[in-house]
Design a binder for this molecule. Structure first.
Ligand code: SAH
Ligand code: SF4
Length: 385
């Protein structure tokens, strides 16, 4: 069953197209079969796969340790793993499939990576430095179909979902980069806030979360992981039912349906009432707080009346809801959206506070690079790189 799930994920009709690549530059038009990355396996799946090939659980644990603790980039370096095992692993898997295409470093330590996938699509991953540790923002899809009208990612329709291996590998690539710096730095937090709607790529997301959380591997705990969604209410409920218990952030961005539907077309399928029902489900089924994200857009949703409406919407849930106010990161193609003035943002914050709402204004990272989700990627695509 577990294996089936893995092979379904990696070999199903949709993904097979992405795995059996036509590598024109290497094969001159000949099809070259790419093996899947072993990063897509949870530890249980690896143990089951190795058992099928006649290898003990202890060997699977050794390989897992090499992957996530010793951070091997190739199988032959696993020098205490027996050679038959290395051979069989090499027959079926590779470790790395992503290539660094370019990197932008900001003065505050934020680093934005643009990775090239095996089928040449480009994705973004961002490393951020905080007082509490190092967080990585991962991408879950190539493009996004949700079409939010303020977002750079929404400009580029979804080409495909990422596999769980490709999401895990983003973390590993960043960790390998940190290892190279030799300062003993470890990725301590993950935010699933890059390009794409994570709950629209459910299987890959949940597998990814199981892999990075495992205590014998990267051991990044659920309280250190935040998944952000545009509010697919039915999927939020399904996600809560998995028991993965990571932090959840919902992109609300407007306090009423009339306004929300103008900027987020997904609001037609999941209006605010449905979202609030899923918020209640989260609060009933976890002992955690939930975050509502709210981009402040000049003269659109940033007035006092909007803050009051938002406070009313949150109502009795106020002890367990955090509002995260986000300064808008201007996107060239969406010139009609502008960032609210600092004073307006502070005023909005004050009104919420006076209503007893827990809230903060998101500190910006990488102000001097293309830091909003999808910006670097869309710029590179426009330049035809
Ligand atoms: N698709 C998911 C997660 C990725 S986007 C979601 O929408 O929640 C992560 C956050 O960045 C979301 O809250 C999104 O609305 C916000 N965002 C998108 N474009 C932005 C921009 N130009 N400036 C500031 N925040 C932006
Ligand atoms: Fe997709 Fe999120 Fe951008 Fe909306 S804000 S288009 S859901 S990535």
């Amino acid at each position: 069953m577990i294996l089936q799930q893995f092979f379904n994920e990696n070999y199903n009709k949709k993904i097979i197209h992405d795995i059996l690549l036509t590598k024109k530059e290497r094969g001159k038009g000949k099809k070259i079969t790419m093996k899947p990355s072993i990063y897509g396996l949870t530890l249980d799946q690896l143990i089951a796969w190795m058992a099928e090939k006649g290898h003990k659980k202890s060997r699977a644990l050794q390989v897992w340790d090499w992957l996530y603790r010793k951070r091997a980039m190739d199988f032959p370096v696993m020098d205490d793993v027996n050679s038959d095992c290395i051979e069989v692993l090499q027959d079926y898997f590779v470790i790395q499939t992503l290539q660094e295409h370019c990197r932008q470093e900001a003065t505050d330590g934020t680093i934005k990576f643009l990775f090239k996938l095996a089928d040449n699509h480009l994705i973004e991953t961002v490393l951020m430095k905080h007082k509490f540790g190092l967080s990585v923002c991962v991408t879950t899809q190539v493009g996004c179909n949700m079409g939010c009208s303020f977002c750079a990612s929404g400009l580029l329709m979804k080409e495909r979902d990422l596999s769980s291996a490709e999401i895990v590998e983003q973390i590993m690539k960043v960790q390998h980069y940190l290892d190279e710096r030799q300062q003993g730095e470890l990725v301590s937090h993950i935010v699933v806030m890059g390009i794409g709607e994570p709950l629209d790529n459910f299987e890959s997301l949940t597998n990814f979360l199981r892999i990075v959380q495992h205590h014998k591997g990267l051991a990044i705990g659920p309280r250190h992981i935040t998944v952000s969604t545009s509010g697919l209410a039915d999927k939020i409920v399904e996600f809560i039912d998995t028991g993965l218990s990571v932090n959840l952030a919902i992109s609300l961005h407007a306090p009423n349906n009339e306004q929300r539907v103008q900027i987020m077309k997904i609001n037609r399928a999941f209006p605010i009432e449905k979202i609030m029902q899923s918020v209640d489900y989260y609060l009933e089924n976890t002992n955690r707080k939930i975050t509502l994200e709210y981009i402040l857009l000049k003269n659109i949703n940033d007035q006092r009346e909007h803050a009051l409406q938002l406070a009313e919407l949150i109502g009795d849930r106020r002890q367990r809801v955090n509002v995260n106010l986000i300064p808008y990161n201007p996107v060239e193609e969406h010139a009609h959206f502008q960032r609210s003035a600092k004073e307006t943002m502070l005023l909005f914050y004050d009104v919420l506070k006076k209503q007893g709402i827990r809230c903060g204004i998101r500190l910006e990272h990488g102000g001097d690079i293309d830091a909003a989700c999808g910006q670097l990627r869309s710029k590179q695509l426009k330049q035809g790189k």
